[in-house]
Design a protein around this ligand. Structure first.
Ligand code: NAD
Length: 257
């Protein structure tokens, strides 16, 4: 599969799943634009490394996805957008009566509203090109719920609905819009939690992963960032031309339960 000549913008991609998606799209030949809200030397170095490894143009653009004007400016500044991956996301876990309203607002802004703004800015470019791919990184929590994650579950269900609406508004125009719904993915953030969980439960690594972290993931294996990236790359391939307005779960069977 070749995405050479296409430009992909991946929000929230200086770590974790977003970085995995950027790597897989670059491997498929796309020029990539990485993003987060920081502007550190390392952020630019990550992009440089991907560019060199895959022989593509890779840039890092700082933009805070909690701010509507910065979401739209990211697309303008990139100057091209054939593939848009809305991935930036945060989490907060607390009972609804105690859930801080500012955390609710931040989660809705970053995990949901940012996609509305980037999509609105990117669609005219995709329509001009007669081709486009929008992939929204939702979650198993876009299809099911868990207690104490009200804002996250609401935002992820919202982004599944947004994906369907954008698919209908772009159908037949060479543009598709889908949501990828990962279960538990082994990101550096998740990896870092394992030693603490081992201590807290007095369990070895395998037991803590199987019985504590992956209780809802029947495969008892994490998905990898490369597998999420590979799924996004598939959605950008010609085989997926008629896949639009739907969800693809990469969750080891979570949502089959
Ligand atoms: P992560 O913390 O490694 O990545 C989140 C990314 O978003 C980072 O690059 C971070 O810098 C960026 N970000 C946060 N706030 C931002 C802001 N205001 N503006 C721009 N960028 C911002 O976590 P991750 O696990 O890689 O999560 C990526 C996405 O995948 C999220 O949408 C998350 O909800 C989703 N997801 C993760 C899992 C999992 O198990 N890790 C499962 C399902 C869905």
């Amino acid at each position: 599969m070749t995405l050479s000549g296409k430009t992909a913008i991946i929000t929230g991609s200086n770590s974790g799943i977003g970085l995995g998606v950027a790597e897989e799209l670059a491997r498929a030949g796309a020029d990539v634009v990485l993003n987060s809200f920081t502007d550190r030397k390392e952020d630019h170095e990550i992009a440089e490394k991907i560019g060199k490894a895959h022989g593509v143009t890779a840039r890092y653009i700082k933009a805070d996805m909690s701010k509507s004007d910065e979401c739209r400016k990211l697309i303008d500044e990139a100057g091209a957008c054939d593939i848009l991956v809305n991935n930036a996301g945060i989490q907060h876990v607390e009972a609804i009566e105690k859930f801080p309203p500012e955390k609710w607002d931040a989660i809705i802004a970053i995990n949901l509203s940012s996609a509305f703004h980037t999509i609105a800015a990117a669609l005219p470019l995709m329509r001009d090109a007669g081709w486009g791919r929008v992939v929204n990184i939702a979650s198993a929590h876009g299809l099911t719920a868990s207690p104490y994650k009200s804002a996250y579950v609401a935002a992820k269900h919202g982004i599944v609905g947004l994906s369907k609406t954008v698919a209908l508004e772009t159908a037949g125009q060479g543009i598709t819009c889908n949501a990828v719904c990962p279960g538990y993915v082994l990101t550096p953030l998740v990896e870092a939690q394992i030693p603490d969980q081992m201590k807290a439960h007095d369990m070895d690594r395998e037991t803590v992963i199987r019985d504590v972290m992956l209780t809802r993931q029947p495969s008892k294996q994490f998905a990898t960032t490369g597998q999420i990236g590979g799924t996004v790359a598939f959605l950008c391939s010609p085989s997926a031309d008629q896949i639009t307005g739907t969800t693809i779960s990469v969750d080891g069977g979570w949502t089959a339960l």
